[in-house]
Ligand binder design. Structure first.
Ligand SMILES: CC(C)(COP(=O)(O)OP(=O)(O)OC[C@H]1O[C@@H](n2cnc3c(N)ncnc32)[C@H](O)[C@@H]1OP(=O)(O)O)[C@@H](O)C(=O)NCCC(=O)NCCS
Length: 130
């Protein structure tokens, strides 16, 4: 990524073939909370999905940012999937423009920030760039 914005970028390899990728980028929170990141994008090749590769990528990437001293991580996606990693919808922590039930957070120190989250420009689709 040319924006030099990735905090974490990891791939999964099986027998020398690249089968998955996960990235984590910093996010800003309107209350000024520091050390927050956003998980994603994450992808696993269709023929390798359902084999815990996504789970391994997420757990590894989350462990990396926690070890680096991150305060927590947000994710935009299905709570049925991300809930298993400790993400949950947080009252008062929002990502404007998406249904609230899809925006979740996981703190590493038990403390949730409050306010609106802004992703790094490199993460945003063209129509959401500043
Ligand atoms: C989401 C994704 C990365 C998961 O990777 P994976 O290796 O298949 O996931 P795992 O094998 O670790 O976990 C499988 C579980 O995830 C669930 N799951 C997979 N994709 C899902 C999705 N899009 N929404 C909800 N649940 C999903 C499966 O139902 C399965 O649930 P179960 O354990 O209860 O049976 C992969 O399906 C993918 O690349 N999807 C297309 C890209 C995408 O949607 N990325 C996320 C948004 S950036």
């Amino acid at each position: 990524m040319s924006a030099q914005a990735l905090a974490i970028s990891k791939v999964a390899e099986l027998d020398g073939e690249l089968v998955g990728h996960v990235a984590i980028l910093p996010v800003a929170v309107s209350d000024g909370a520091e050390g927050w990141f956003g998980l994603g994008p994450i992808s696993v090749l269709p023929q390798f999905q359902g084999q815990d590769i996504g789970t391994a990528l997420i757990k590894s990437a989350m462990a990396d940012i926690e070890a680096q001293g991150a305060a927590g991580c947000v994710v935009l996606g299905d709570s049925g999937y991300y809930g298993r990693f400790g993400f949950s919808v947080v009252e008062g922590l929002t990502y404007p423009g998406v249904p609230a039930e899809y925006f979740q957070a996981k703190p590493f120190d038990g403390r949730f920030p409050q306010g609106d989250v802004v992703y790094h420009q490199a993460f945003l689709s063209q129509d959401r760039r500043l």
